[in-house]
Design a protein around this ligand. Structure first.
Ligand code: A2P
Length: 318
């Protein structure tokens, strides 16, 4: 049985979903149709991934063919950093909805606690940034609550938020973030952040659970460890007759965390989906717990603009 995460209104999100970052527009449509045929119901998207239009074509086709109904699907998307100002959030969401051929999202996330000037995908220099005084997180969160009230997004949350920044949103006294999506794999286990989220009724989704080996060069550093090649992960996989990827995916599910592996390959889509039914023993969970190195793949160094107040330390508040 697929594990589900339950929201405060009893809505249920399938814990294992499909990631679409780096899913090339030329292949993502086929991959989504394949994934839905396999049984995936949760698709994780974002405007900045540049493929929502093709994902929308696939969703439309699957619904038209009767493969799945809208209410069975869980579709997440994310607000890009260039639309944080009041008045920019709803149009950004409407663009995403038009691309995805949907009239509501199940979950809408603020992609990063970093703001850009409107129309800027990736700033070339600090000119392209807005400081958090110019575009306060509270202002964006207010606008996120408004689109939720209008029914355009059933649930709202954040991505890449630290405990400190989640506390700032909670302190506003309105809707709390219902989800925080963060990088999570055995080399970056984030137990403190997860405990904080779970104590405050904030769900967690693990991104880059397989180590995102297909990430662009700007996100790569010399000598980074590769979770799929870790000896402990490989020996657990071998002993159970499963793949290392399946170990990496079963592990967050056991921590009551949603996980969104990306693949566009039919064989790996199925392999990853089947991880939802894999049980890990306490000994296996302990062995994986010992692998933590607090090592970020997506370390935020690409969003440094010191004169606008953005440093790696400020981003993660650590
Ligand atoms: P592909 O799309 O060709 O399957 P992440 O989800 O951490 O971002 O990782 C995605 C990367 O992992 C992609 O390069 C993807 O390639 C690859 N991948 C996905 N599933 C598996 C798997 N089961 N085994 C090995 N690599 C995988």
């Amino acid at each position: 049985m697929m594990k589900m995460l339950t929201y405060s209104n009893n809505d249920q999100m399938p814990a294992l979903g499909l990631g679409t970052w780096k899913s090339d527009p030329g292949v993502v449509k086929k991959a989504i149709i394949e994934a839905i045929a396999i049984g995936y119901l949760h698709i994780d998207c974002a405007a900045i991934y540049g493929n929502e239009n093709e994902i929308g074509e696939a969703l439309e086709e699957c619904m038209n063919k009767g493969m799945v109904k809208r209410e069975e699907l869980w579709i997440t998307s994310k607000l890009w950093n260039d639309s944080h100002k009041q008045g920019e959030v709803q149009p950004a969401l409407e663009k995403t909805l038009a691309d995805l051929r949907l009239d509501y999202l199940d979950l809408y996330l603020m992609h990063w606690p970093v703001a850009f000037k409107h129309g800027t995908s990736f700033p070339e220099n600090s000119e392209g940034y807005l400081s958090l005084d110019e575009a306060p997180l509270a202002e964006t969160w207010q606008a996120m609550q408004e689109v939720q009230k209008k029914g355009l997004a059933k649930h709202i949350g954040t991505s890449n938020f630290s405990i400190n920044k989640l506390e700032q949103l909670i302190a506003l006294g309105g809707q709390i973030p219902e989800m925080n999506q963060v990088e999570l794999h055995p080399y970056l286990q984030q137990q403190g952040l997860i405990d904080f989220c779970h104590q405050n009724d904030i769900h967690v989704t693990a991104y880059s659970p397989l180590g995102s080996m297909d990430r662009p060069q700007v996100f790569k550093k010399e000598g980074e460890p590769v979770p799929l090649e870790n000896g402990t992960i490989k020996s657990i996989a071998e002993a159970k007759g499963i793949s290392p990827a399946q170990v990496l995916l079963a592990w967050p599910l056991h921590r009551k965390i949603s996980v969104i592996p990306k693949s566009t390959n039919p064989k790996r889509l199925r392999e990853n989906f089947e991880a939802h039914a894999i049980a890990l023993s306490d000994d296996e969970m302990h062995a994986i717990a010992s692998l933590d190195q607090h090592e970020r793949i997506i370390d935020g160094s690409f969003f440094v603009a010191e004169d606008k107040g953005y440093t790696v330390a400020n981003l993660w508040d650590e």
